[in-house]
Write a protein that binds this ligand. Structure first.
Ligand code: NAD
Ligand code: FES
Length: 280
């Protein structure tokens, strides 16, 4: 059983929870995720790890209430327990295997869309702690939905915020800010985009034109999280990959976003789920 030791509402429908899971906290790396089950009968919910503290034995998750399960999860309070908290799953971000001296020579920018800002945080934290200076573009629908801005700034990152409706900071999409920075002379070597699929698709389209290496993190429907069920299948170049074991991060210029979005939409209906099950 995994105890909730902190709960905060970050924005409308977006919650942060610190969960006691010492084994996961000890081995978690930026870019990995967990699969949470609230109770014996509960759905398995994949959530990217927002932070972890090995000394305290806690893992921070951030989630948005999108369906019945996440609404139920938002009803859990400090002192309540989750039945299962499996992880860390997936491959860690490629940075942690790279040479720090070389990374310090690179110009990196993170593009964080909405609740996708949460999985960007541990990557920025890790890099800034290694002395690698990064830029972060946070995009949100409106001021109320901007999350983790102050936390990113506290890490020393250069943070640019943009809102769709202009209610805070500049008005526009993350792609507008990214294009502006590149055209303004920011010679980025690597763009890392995490957020809604449509955002990652358009970031990858933009950076392809500038020939800038781009990594995205997929957050598809997952069932077993072990590469066996096929639910998280994605086409990357000529290859079929499973986001749960081969990802969640992939080369943004190779991912077939249109197929991934079609599969995501199909999972929202009973009939679609049946078709995808039959395909396995
Ligand atoms: P949102 O719809 O509010 O969008 C966030 C930002 O993305 C916008 O402010 C905008 O700047 C940018 N964006 C949106 N559409 C765009 C487009 N067509 N072109 C360029 N930029 C665009 O985001 P939200 O509601 O907070 O996000 C929810 C989605 O994020 C869910 O679908 C969830 O599955 C996904 N998510 C993904 C991850 C991941 O690891 N990839 C993690 C958490 C959540
Ligand atoms: Fe089943 Fe990835 S979740 S294969």
């Amino acid at each position: 059983m995994y105890k909730i030791v902190e709960k905060r509402k970050l924005a409308p429908q977006i919650y942060l929870m610190d969960v006691e899971a010492p084994r996961v906290a000890k081995s978690a790396r930026p870019g990995q995720f967990v699969i949470v089950k609230m109770n014996e009968k509960g759905e398995r919910i994949p959530l990217t790890i927002c932070d972890y503290d090995a000394d305290r034995g806690t893992v921070t998750i951030v989630f948005q209430t999108l369906g019945q399960s996440t609404v139920e999860m938002a009803g859990y309070e400090v002192g309540d327990y989750f039945t299962d908290f499996a992880g860390p799953l997936g491959e860690a971000s490629e940075f942690i295997y790279e040479d720090i001296a070389e990374l310090k020579q690179e110009r990196l920018v993170f593009v964080a869309g909405g609740v996708g800002t949460a999985p960007v945080y541990p990557q920025v934290k890790w890099l800034q702690q290694q002395g690698v200076q990064v830029d972060v573009i946070i995009g949100a629908r409106s001021q109320d939905f901007v999350i983790l801005e102050e936390e990113m700034k506290a890490l020393g990152a250069n943070v640019y915020v943009t809102t769709d409706d202009g209610s805070y900071s500049r008005k526009g999409l993350v792609t507008d800010v990214l294009k502006g920075l590149i055209d303004g002379g920011a010679a980025y070597d690597h763009v890392i985009a995490i957020g809604p699929m449509i955002m990652m698709k358009f970031v990858a389209k933009l950076t392809k034109g500038y020939n800038i290496k781009t990594t995205i993190s997929l957050n598809p429907i997952m069932v077993d999280g072990t590469g066996m069920c096929g639910a998280c299948r994605v086409s990357v170049g000529d290859e079929i990959k499973f986001a749960c074991v081969d990802g969640p991060e992939f080369d943004g210029h190779l991912v077939d976003f249109d197929e991934a979005m079609r599969r995501q939409a199909m999972y929202k209906t009973e009939e679609g789920r049946y078709k995808l099950e039959a395909e396995k």
